[in-house]
Write a protein that binds this ligand. Sequence first.
Ligand SMILES: [Zn+2]
Length: 380
Amino acid sequence: MPLRFGSLRLSLIAFGPYGPEELFGLAVIIFLLRPETTTNVPRMPEYPDIIVYLERLQPRVKGQVLERVRLASPFLLRTVDPPLGAVEGKNVQDLRRLGKRIVFCLEQDLFLVLHLMIAGRLHWKERGALPENRPGGLRLAPAELSHSGHEAGAKRKPPRRPIWSAAFDFPSGTLTLTEAGTKKRASLHLLRGEHALAELNPGGLEVLEADEATFRNALLRENHTLKRALTDPRLFSGIGNAYSDEILHGAGLSPLALTQRLSQEEIGKLFESARRTLLDWAERLRRVAGDGFPEGVTAFREGMAVHGRYGKPCPVCGSAIQRIIYAENETNYCPRCQTGGKLLADRSMSRLLKNDWPRTIEEWELAKKPTTTIPNTLRK
Ligand SMILES: [Zn+2]
Protein backbone atom coordinates (compact mmCIF):
# COMPACT_ATOMS: atom_id res chain seq x y z
CA MET A 1 0.00 0.00 0.00
CA PRO A 2 1.55 3.29 -1.08
CA LEU A 3 -0.19 5.38 1.60
CA ARG A 4 1.95 6.57 4.43
CA PHE A 5 1.06 7.99 7.79
CA GLY A 6 1.81 11.53 6.58
CA SER A 7 -0.45 11.28 3.53
CA LEU A 8 -3.26 9.76 5.63
CA ARG A 9 -3.20 12.72 7.92
CA LEU A 10 -3.20 15.11 5.00
CA SER A 11 -6.22 13.45 3.41
CA LEU A 12 -8.09 13.57 6.71
CA ILE A 13 -7.62 17.31 6.82
CA ALA A 14 -8.36 17.78 3.13
CA PHE A 15 -11.62 15.78 2.94
CA GLY A 16 -13.29 16.84 6.11
CA PRO A 17 -15.11 14.77 8.75
CA TYR A 18 -15.41 10.98 8.46
CA GLY A 19 -18.00 8.68 9.98
CA PRO A 20 -17.06 6.38 12.88
CA GLU A 21 -16.43 3.38 10.62
CA GLU A 22 -14.08 5.31 8.36
CA LEU A 23 -12.25 6.73 11.34
CA PHE A 24 -11.93 3.26 12.84
CA GLY A 25 -10.56 1.99 9.53
CA LEU A 26 -8.07 4.83 9.43
CA ALA A 27 -7.01 4.12 13.00
CA VAL A 28 -6.36 0.49 12.08
CA ILE A 29 -4.31 1.51 9.04
CA ILE A 30 -2.32 4.05 11.05
CA PHE A 31 -1.67 1.39 13.70
CA LEU A 32 -0.47 -1.07 11.04
CA LEU A 33 1.80 1.54 9.47
CA ARG A 34 3.26 2.76 12.77
CA PRO A 35 7.02 2.97 12.82
CA GLU A 36 8.56 -0.26 14.03
CA THR A 37 10.66 0.67 16.97
CA THR A 38 11.22 -0.99 20.30
CA THR A 39 11.41 2.15 22.37
CA ASN A 40 8.58 1.17 24.73
CA VAL A 41 9.70 -2.37 25.51
CA PRO A 42 10.87 -2.58 29.13
CA ARG A 43 14.42 -3.67 29.56
CA MET A 44 16.28 -5.30 32.37
CA PRO A 45 18.32 -3.02 34.60
CA GLU A 46 22.03 -3.58 33.94
CA TYR A 47 25.23 -2.36 35.61
CA PRO A 48 24.72 1.40 35.09
CA ASP A 49 21.08 1.25 36.27
CA ILE A 50 21.82 -0.94 39.28
CA ILE A 51 24.84 1.09 40.38
CA VAL A 52 22.78 4.29 40.41
CA TYR A 53 20.01 2.58 42.38
CA LEU A 54 22.64 1.44 44.89
CA GLU A 55 24.26 4.86 45.18
CA ARG A 56 20.92 6.51 45.87
CA LEU A 57 19.84 3.77 48.30
CA GLN A 58 23.06 3.94 50.30
CA PRO A 59 22.40 7.23 52.16
CA ARG A 60 18.74 6.31 52.63
CA VAL A 61 19.01 2.83 54.14
CA LYS A 62 22.58 2.09 55.23
CA GLY A 63 22.68 2.02 59.02
CA GLN A 64 18.88 2.01 59.15
CA VAL A 65 16.71 -0.70 60.64
CA LEU A 66 14.64 -2.69 58.17
CA GLU A 67 11.40 -2.60 60.09
CA ARG A 68 9.27 -4.76 57.85
CA VAL A 69 9.04 -6.38 54.45
CA ARG A 70 5.56 -6.55 52.93
CA LEU A 71 4.88 -8.79 49.97
CA ALA A 72 1.94 -8.36 47.62
CA SER A 73 2.56 -11.79 46.17
CA PRO A 74 4.11 -14.80 47.90
CA PHE A 75 5.74 -15.80 44.61
CA LEU A 76 8.32 -13.02 44.81
CA LEU A 77 10.13 -14.77 47.67
CA ARG A 78 12.10 -17.76 46.40
CA THR A 79 13.49 -19.00 49.69
CA VAL A 80 11.82 -20.42 52.81
CA ASP A 81 14.66 -20.62 55.29
CA PRO A 82 15.41 -18.30 57.03
CA PRO A 83 11.83 -17.03 57.19
CA LEU A 84 11.27 -13.50 55.93
CA GLY A 85 10.36 -12.32 59.41
CA ALA A 86 14.02 -12.84 60.39
CA VAL A 87 14.96 -9.55 58.71
CA GLU A 88 12.56 -7.43 60.70
CA GLY A 89 14.35 -5.15 63.12
CA LYS A 90 17.76 -5.89 61.60
CA ASN A 91 20.22 -3.15 60.75
CA VAL A 92 21.33 -2.68 57.12
CA GLN A 93 25.09 -2.82 57.40
CA ASP A 94 25.90 -2.48 53.72
CA LEU A 95 24.55 -2.65 50.18
CA ARG A 96 26.15 -4.60 47.38
CA ARG A 97 25.65 -5.46 43.75
CA LEU A 98 25.76 -9.09 42.70
CA GLY A 99 25.63 -9.09 38.90
CA LYS A 100 22.28 -7.46 38.19
CA ARG A 101 21.03 -8.10 41.71
CA ILE A 102 20.82 -5.71 44.67
CA VAL A 103 21.94 -7.12 48.01
CA PHE A 104 20.98 -5.74 51.42
CA CYS A 105 23.57 -6.99 53.92
CA LEU A 106 21.88 -7.21 57.30
CA GLU A 107 22.94 -8.00 60.83
CA GLN A 108 23.44 -11.65 61.79
CA ASP A 109 24.86 -12.56 58.39
CA LEU A 110 21.55 -12.15 56.60
CA PHE A 111 21.42 -11.16 52.93
CA LEU A 112 18.28 -9.99 51.20
CA VAL A 113 18.86 -10.31 47.46
CA LEU A 114 16.57 -8.59 44.97
CA HIS A 115 16.56 -9.26 41.23
CA LEU A 116 14.41 -6.84 39.25
CA MET A 117 14.49 -8.93 36.06
CA ILE A 118 12.80 -7.21 33.06
CA ALA A 119 9.96 -5.24 34.56
CA GLY A 120 10.85 -4.69 38.22
CA ARG A 121 11.47 -1.09 39.30
CA LEU A 122 12.28 0.55 42.63
CA HIS A 123 10.72 3.67 44.10
CA TRP A 124 11.38 5.61 47.28
CA LYS A 125 8.31 6.74 49.22
CA GLU A 126 7.74 8.72 52.34
CA ARG A 127 7.72 6.57 55.47
CA GLY A 128 4.27 5.25 56.21
CA ALA A 129 3.00 6.02 52.74
CA LEU A 130 1.08 2.96 51.71
CA PRO A 131 1.44 1.66 48.22
CA GLU A 132 -1.41 2.75 46.00
CA ASN A 133 -3.13 -0.61 46.18
CA ARG A 134 -3.47 -3.20 48.87
CA PRO A 135 -4.03 -6.68 47.54
CA GLY A 136 -5.01 -9.44 49.95
CA GLY A 137 -2.31 -10.76 52.17
CA LEU A 138 -0.69 -7.43 52.87
CA ARG A 139 0.07 -7.01 56.54
CA LEU A 140 -0.30 -3.54 57.92
CA ALA A 141 1.94 -2.57 60.77
CA PRO A 142 0.05 -1.10 63.76
CA ALA A 143 2.15 2.05 63.43
CA GLU A 144 0.93 2.54 59.91
CA LEU A 145 -2.66 2.10 60.97
CA SER A 146 -2.33 4.70 63.65
CA HIS A 147 -0.68 7.41 61.62
CA SER A 148 -2.58 6.85 58.43
CA GLY A 149 -5.87 5.71 59.84
CA HIS A 150 -7.93 6.92 56.93
CA GLU A 151 -6.23 4.34 54.78
CA ALA A 152 -6.70 1.56 57.29
CA GLY A 153 -10.45 2.13 57.37
CA ALA A 154 -10.79 2.84 53.68
CA LYS A 155 -13.59 1.05 51.86
CA ARG A 156 -12.09 1.39 48.43
CA LYS A 157 -12.87 -0.96 45.60
CA PRO A 158 -10.21 -3.62 45.22
CA PRO A 159 -7.55 -2.60 42.68
CA ARG A 160 -7.85 -3.99 39.19
CA ARG A 161 -4.37 -5.46 39.39
CA PRO A 162 -1.48 -5.12 41.82
CA ILE A 163 0.99 -2.55 40.66
CA TRP A 164 3.49 -3.22 43.38
CA SER A 165 5.15 -6.42 44.51
CA ALA A 166 6.89 -5.55 47.74
CA ALA A 167 7.49 -2.76 50.22
CA PHE A 168 10.52 -2.45 52.48
CA ASP A 169 9.92 -0.15 55.45
CA PHE A 170 12.75 1.83 57.03
CA PRO A 171 12.57 4.67 59.57
CA SER A 172 13.80 6.94 56.73
CA GLY A 173 11.18 5.90 54.19
CA THR A 174 9.68 3.00 52.27
CA LEU A 175 11.29 1.33 49.30
CA THR A 176 8.69 -0.18 46.98
CA LEU A 177 9.11 -2.64 44.17
CA THR A 178 6.70 -2.46 41.26
CA GLU A 179 6.52 -4.92 38.43
CA ALA A 180 4.64 -4.05 35.26
CA GLY A 181 2.97 -6.63 33.03
CA THR A 182 1.55 -10.01 33.74
CA LYS A 183 4.74 -12.08 33.86
CA LYS A 184 6.04 -11.58 37.38
CA ARG A 185 9.67 -12.57 37.24
CA ALA A 186 11.36 -10.39 39.83
CA SER A 187 12.74 -12.43 42.71
CA LEU A 188 13.70 -12.02 46.34
CA HIS A 189 16.03 -14.39 48.17
CA LEU A 190 16.77 -14.31 51.88
CA LEU A 191 20.03 -16.05 52.61
CA ARG A 192 22.17 -16.64 55.66
CA GLY A 193 25.93 -16.44 55.28
CA GLU A 194 28.43 -15.40 52.62
CA HIS A 195 28.56 -18.98 51.39
CA ALA A 196 24.86 -18.98 50.50
CA LEU A 197 25.29 -15.61 48.80
CA ALA A 198 28.21 -16.94 46.75
CA GLU A 199 25.97 -19.78 45.54
CA LEU A 200 23.73 -17.19 43.90
CA ASN A 201 26.60 -15.50 42.09
CA PRO A 202 26.69 -16.53 38.42
CA GLY A 203 30.42 -15.79 38.54
CA GLY A 204 30.82 -13.32 35.67
CA LEU A 205 33.81 -11.00 35.50
CA GLU A 206 33.45 -7.43 36.75
CA VAL A 207 34.68 -5.61 33.66
CA LEU A 208 35.44 -2.39 35.53
CA GLU A 209 37.64 -4.25 38.00
CA ALA A 210 39.48 -6.31 35.38
CA ASP A 211 42.55 -5.72 33.25
CA GLU A 212 42.60 -6.58 29.56
CA ALA A 213 44.24 -9.98 30.03
CA THR A 214 41.57 -11.11 32.50
CA PHE A 215 38.87 -9.79 30.20
CA ARG A 216 40.37 -11.75 27.30
CA ASN A 217 40.45 -14.94 29.37
CA ALA A 218 36.77 -14.60 30.22
CA LEU A 219 35.85 -13.78 26.63
CA LEU A 220 37.73 -16.74 25.16
CA ARG A 221 36.62 -19.24 27.76
CA GLU A 222 34.00 -20.52 25.31
CA ASN A 223 33.60 -19.94 21.58
CA HIS A 224 30.35 -18.08 21.11
CA THR A 225 28.97 -15.08 19.31
CA LEU A 226 29.96 -11.82 20.96
CA LYS A 227 26.34 -11.04 21.76
CA ARG A 228 25.99 -14.24 23.71
CA ALA A 229 29.34 -13.97 25.44
CA LEU A 230 28.77 -10.40 26.66
CA THR A 231 25.30 -11.13 28.00
CA ASP A 232 26.20 -14.41 29.69
CA PRO A 233 26.30 -13.63 33.43
CA ARG A 234 28.63 -16.60 33.94
CA LEU A 235 31.20 -14.77 31.78
CA PHE A 236 30.52 -11.07 32.44
CA SER A 237 28.71 -9.38 35.30
CA GLY A 238 25.98 -6.78 34.89
CA ILE A 239 25.81 -6.63 31.08
CA GLY A 240 22.52 -7.35 29.34
CA ASN A 241 20.76 -6.79 26.06
CA ALA A 242 20.92 -3.00 25.93
CA TYR A 243 24.49 -2.26 26.94
CA SER A 244 25.90 -5.20 24.98
CA ASP A 245 24.46 -3.55 21.83
CA GLU A 246 26.10 -0.27 22.80
CA ILE A 247 29.42 -1.92 23.67
CA LEU A 248 29.55 -3.76 20.34
CA HIS A 249 28.74 -0.60 18.40
CA GLY A 250 31.43 1.29 20.30
CA ALA A 251 33.95 -1.41 19.42
CA GLY A 252 32.83 -1.62 15.78
CA LEU A 253 32.24 -5.36 16.10
CA SER A 254 29.46 -7.59 14.81
CA PRO A 255 27.16 -9.15 17.41
CA LEU A 256 27.65 -12.42 15.55
CA ALA A 257 31.48 -12.39 15.49
CA LEU A 258 32.81 -15.49 17.18
CA THR A 259 34.85 -14.79 20.29
CA GLN A 260 37.74 -17.13 19.53
CA ARG A 261 38.19 -15.66 16.05
CA LEU A 262 38.81 -12.13 17.31
CA SER A 263 42.24 -10.53 16.86
CA GLN A 264 44.15 -9.12 19.81
CA GLU A 265 43.36 -5.65 18.51
CA GLU A 266 39.63 -6.38 18.35
CA ILE A 267 39.63 -7.76 21.90
CA GLY A 268 41.42 -4.58 23.03
CA LYS A 269 38.75 -2.44 21.34
CA LEU A 270 35.98 -4.49 22.91
CA PHE A 271 37.52 -4.17 26.38
CA GLU A 272 37.88 -0.41 26.03
CA SER A 273 34.35 -0.03 24.68
CA ALA A 274 32.90 -2.14 27.51
CA ARG A 275 34.61 0.00 30.15
CA ARG A 276 33.74 3.26 28.42
CA THR A 277 30.09 2.30 27.86
CA LEU A 278 29.46 1.17 31.45
CA LEU A 279 31.23 4.16 33.02
CA ASP A 280 29.72 6.68 30.63
CA TRP A 281 26.17 5.43 31.11
CA ALA A 282 26.46 5.24 34.90
CA GLU A 283 27.56 8.88 34.82
CA ARG A 284 24.69 9.91 32.53
CA LEU A 285 22.14 8.15 34.76
CA ARG A 286 23.62 9.85 37.84
CA ARG A 287 23.13 13.21 36.19
CA VAL A 288 19.53 12.36 35.25
CA ALA A 289 18.74 11.20 38.81
CA GLY A 290 20.36 14.25 40.42
CA ASP A 291 20.06 13.98 44.20
CA GLY A 292 16.72 12.24 43.96
CA PHE A 293 15.90 8.59 43.80
CA PRO A 294 16.20 7.39 40.19
CA GLU A 295 12.91 6.95 38.37
CA GLY A 296 12.89 5.61 34.84
CA VAL A 297 16.56 4.61 34.89
CA THR A 298 15.93 1.95 32.32
CA ALA A 299 14.01 4.11 29.87
CA PHE A 300 15.38 4.12 26.37
CA ARG A 301 17.44 7.20 25.86
CA GLU A 302 18.15 9.17 22.76
CA GLY A 303 21.80 9.03 23.72
CA MET A 304 21.97 5.35 22.91
CA ALA A 305 23.70 4.71 19.60
CA VAL A 306 21.94 1.54 18.46
CA HIS A 307 19.88 -0.11 21.18
CA GLY A 308 16.15 0.42 20.69
CA ARG A 309 16.86 2.53 17.60
CA TYR A 310 15.85 0.20 14.76
CA GLY A 311 15.50 2.16 11.54
CA LYS A 312 16.99 5.34 12.97
CA PRO A 313 20.28 6.77 11.74
CA CYS A 314 23.55 5.64 13.31
CA PRO A 315 25.04 8.64 15.16
CA VAL A 316 28.46 7.82 13.70
CA CYS A 317 27.78 7.10 10.02
CA GLY A 318 24.07 7.82 9.46
CA SER A 319 23.20 4.30 8.24
CA ALA A 320 19.83 2.92 9.33
CA ILE A 321 20.20 0.80 12.47
CA GLN A 322 19.31 -2.86 11.85
CA ARG A 323 18.01 -5.57 14.09
CA ILE A 324 18.00 -9.31 14.59
CA ILE A 325 14.92 -10.61 16.35
CA TYR A 326 15.13 -13.66 18.55
CA ALA A 327 12.46 -14.90 20.93
CA GLU A 328 11.42 -11.99 23.15
CA ASN A 329 14.42 -9.83 22.41
CA GLU A 330 16.24 -8.16 19.58
CA THR A 331 19.74 -6.96 19.07
CA ASN A 332 20.46 -3.73 17.23
CA TYR A 333 23.56 -2.90 15.23
CA CYS A 334 24.85 -0.57 12.54
CA PRO A 335 25.65 -2.44 9.32
CA ARG A 336 28.27 0.08 8.24
CA CYS A 337 30.10 0.48 11.56
CA GLN A 338 29.87 -3.13 12.69
CA THR A 339 29.33 -5.69 9.95
CA GLY A 340 31.03 -4.28 6.86
CA GLY A 341 27.66 -3.36 5.36
CA LYS A 342 26.25 -6.86 5.75
CA LEU A 343 22.70 -7.34 7.02
CA LEU A 344 22.56 -10.14 9.54
CA ALA A 345 18.84 -10.69 9.81
CA ASP A 346 18.48 -13.38 7.15
CA ARG A 347 17.23 -16.89 7.77
CA SER A 348 20.61 -18.57 8.12
CA MET A 349 21.63 -15.99 10.72
CA SER A 350 18.43 -16.58 12.62
CA ARG A 351 19.26 -20.29 12.65
CA LEU A 352 22.73 -19.52 13.95
CA LEU A 353 21.18 -17.40 16.66
CA LYS A 354 18.78 -20.12 17.64
CA ASN A 355 21.70 -22.43 18.17
CA ASP A 356 23.98 -20.01 19.92
CA TRP A 357 21.76 -17.64 21.81
CA PRO A 358 19.66 -18.23 24.85
CA ARG A 359 15.96 -18.29 24.06
CA THR A 360 15.69 -15.21 26.22
CA ILE A 361 18.26 -13.18 28.09
CA GLU A 362 16.27 -14.05 31.17
CA GLU A 363 17.39 -17.64 30.95
CA TRP A 364 20.88 -16.44 31.76
CA GLU A 365 19.62 -14.52 34.72
CA LEU A 366 17.95 -17.56 36.15
CA ALA A 367 21.19 -19.49 36.08
CA LYS A 368 22.18 -19.81 39.69
CA LYS A 369 25.70 -21.08 39.61
CA PRO A 370 28.69 -20.95 37.30
CA THR A 371 29.27 -24.35 35.74
CA THR A 372 33.01 -23.84 35.88
CA THR A 373 35.34 -21.29 37.35
CA ILE A 374 37.28 -18.95 35.09
CA PRO A 375 40.60 -20.58 34.30
CA ASN A 376 43.80 -18.57 34.24
CA THR A 377 44.85 -19.97 30.94
CA LEU A 378 42.91 -19.87 27.72
CA ARG A 379 41.03 -22.96 26.74
CA LYS A 380 41.66 -24.08 23.20
ZN1 LIG B 1 27.26 3.45 11.85
